[in-house]
Design a protein around this ligand. Structure first.
Ligand SMILES: *[C@@H]1O[C@H](CO)[C@@H](O)[C@H](O)[C@H]1NC(C)=O
Ligand SMILES: *[C@@H]1O[C@H](CO)[C@@H](O)[C@H](O)[C@H]1NC(C)=O
Ligand SMILES: *[C@@H]1O[C@H](CO)[C@@H](O)[C@H](O)[C@H]1NC(C)=O
Ligand SMILES: *[C@@H]1O[C@H](CO)[C@@H](O)[C@H](O)[C@H]1NC(C)=O
Length: 493
């Protein structure tokens, strides 16, 4: 009898916990989405980190369209530093595909994305640190920050978020991100792991992390470009031999002037390419776009190289030029996008009209519980309002500590990205010295080779995605959902 009561009490407690997601945060309608009902529960809003300064981080939470009670929970972070995780939501693996309005700056139409990562997991899209995307602070001194502060703030965010959504504490939890999140992800995972070891409550069920085309280490990332350019046929054997002998294979920090001048020669050859996907065009202005289109005599099959396979033409790369080549992330203050001297401060080769139109619309902001522009500021893909210091050093020891503690790690690379080329990620994962468990082999999607992978001891996996650029799921949404779901499930990729 007594046992039955105890059992009932437990069931009742669990049931009431399972109801605890804050109703007020639920997103019930979205301007631009008229295709029916939202396929799973969506929640959005702010978590306040510091009441005194009013430091508020914005999240958009998409419950799994499978089994939210059991499916993994993933935190998604875009990089920059300064770029909003709505890049992932709008252009990469979010629940919707956005169709541009025929009116300039008009509200886009939203359709369901069949390759959303919410098919197999619940995903939290977080704008971090404060000042990025829809996250803001009343005290602008919060906008001066760095790797370590960002990791500790994001850890605080997670602890507070799980207090709001305690029913997700038992789901396997993963941290994922891209580009500069190559720094955010391991530094945050390390904070979370330390919290778990110190018995910080609530206890986060961290299982592992994934990084796509991630910034990792000044030397490995800085040495990656020249071998990439040579292997991809962008520089000749002669240029490669010249630069290699002048620099003795060390490109990240030129040894002398002869090396420096050979590197400039390489830069000059690569300068007009789209750094985020060498197969895609990079338009320098609206007029250049017209010229290129009119005078293009290339066969259509060639013109289509590198085109995204998403069902809607979500993003045209145009305007500006590439991030300066050979500008690996070094210790100290990272220049903001406007300071990179690209004129407008816009991200090179990238057009973000759809996301900008949607997220600066006050009806959209109200529907997703974001503050209006007069409080949170305008939404920019990558903001110039933060001042960010790279103060965590190389990520290699973070990866070593995390993987030897039993956290799983997936390091993936779109193999046509020249911003953080696969050559660097392949080299640093290999340099860990872990035993090779699953030797370099193709992995498949729809019976086609989708890329290559090498698996190491301590559950470290390196994987390439064939033909993808810097933001893998944007270019190869089906392949991305395939490796993502296989890896999360712990099965062979
Ligand atoms: C931040 O500023 C807003 C608008 O000025 C105000 O409503 C709010 O109370 C402030 N918050 C804090 C914590 O100071
Ligand atoms: C803003 O934050 C800084 C650093 O935390 C603090 O010294 C300062 O007093 C704050 N300013 C206001 C107006 O709250
Ligand atoms: C630059 O350094 C390389 C490698 O040490 C060397 O071969 C080359 O002669 C040097 N060039 C000059 C101009 O010092
Ligand atoms: C890795 O672990 C060692 C041993 O616990 C510790 O001394 C070191 O600070 C850690 N490094 C990082 C980057 O976490």
């Amino acid at each position: 009898m007594k046992l039955v009561f105890v059992f009932l009490a437990v069931v009742l407690t669990l049931t009431s916990v399972a109801e605890s997601a804050p109703n007020s945060a639920q997103v019930t309608r979205l301007p631009g989405f008229d295709d029916g009902t939202i396929p799973s529960k969506h929640y959005a809003g702010y978590v306040n980190l510091n009441e005194k300064s009013g430091k508020n981080l914005f999240y958009y939470f998409v419950e799994s369209e499978g089994n939210p009670a059991k499916d993994p929970l993933v935190l998604w972070l875009n990089g920059g530093p300064g770029c909003s995780s709505f890049d992932g939501f709008v252009y990469e693996h979010g629940p919707f595909n956005f169709e541009a309005s025929n009116v300039a700056g008009g509200l886009p139409k939203l359709h369901l994305n069949p390759y959303s990562w919410s098919k197999v997991s619940s995903v939290i899209y977080l704008d971090s640190p404060a000042g990025v995307g829809l996250s803001y602070s009343n005290n602008t001194s919060d906008y001066i920050t760095g790797d370590l502060k960002t990791a500790s703030d994001t850890h605080t965010f997670l602890l507070k978020w799980f207090q709001l959504y305690p029913e997700f504490l038992s789901n396997p939890f993963f941290i994922a991100g891209e580009s500069y999140a190559g720094v955010y992800v391991p530094t945050l995972a390390s904070e979370v792991a330390k919290g778990i070891d110190a018995d910080v409550k609530p206890k986060i069920n961290l299982k592992g992390y994934m990084v796509g085309n991630g910034v990792t280490d000044t030397v490995f990332d800085g040495n990656a470009l020249v071998p990439f350019a040579h292997g991809m046929g962008l520089i000749s054997d002669d240029i490669f031999q010249e630069v290699n002998s002048a620099c003795q294979g060390i490109y990240w920090n030129p040894v002398n002037e002869s090396c420096e001048s050979k590197l400039s020669k390489v830069d000059k050859v690569l300068d007009d390419l789209n750094i985020y996907d060498i197969l895609e065009p990079c338009y320098h202005s609206q007029s250049a776009l017209n010229i290129v289109t009119e005078k293009n005599r290339l066969p259509s099959s060639f013109r289509q190289l590198g085109e995204t396979e998403r069902p809607l033409p979500v993003r045209k790369r145009m305007f500006g030029r590439s991030w300066p080549l050979r500008a690996p992330v070094k210790a100290g203050r990272i220049p903001t996008w406007p300071e990179l001297g690209l004129g407008t401060g816009e991200v090179p080769c990238t057009n973000d009209e759809i996301a900008t139109a949607w997220l600066n619309n006050e009806a959209v902001r109200s529907a997703i519980h974001a503050q209006p522009q007069n409080v949170a500021g305008s939404w920019d893909l990558c903001t110039g309002r933060i001042s960010f210091y790279h103060d965590a050093g190389s990520m290699i020891n973070y990866h070593r500590n995390l993987t030897t503690k039993g956290y799983r790690a997936l390091v993936f690379s779109g193999d046509h990205d020249m911003c953080v080329p696969f050559t660097g990620s392949q080299a640093w994962t290999r340099s860990m010295g872990y035993q090779v468990i699953d030797e370099w082999r193709p992995w498949y999607f729809n019976e086609q080779v989708a890329g290559y992978t090498q698996g190491y001891a301590n559950d470290l996996t390196f994987l390439t995605v064939k033909g993808a650029g810097h933001t893998v799921p944007e270019y190869k949404p089906q392949e991305a959902l395939a490796f993502y779901s296989r890896w999360l499930a712990g099965s062979r990729v």
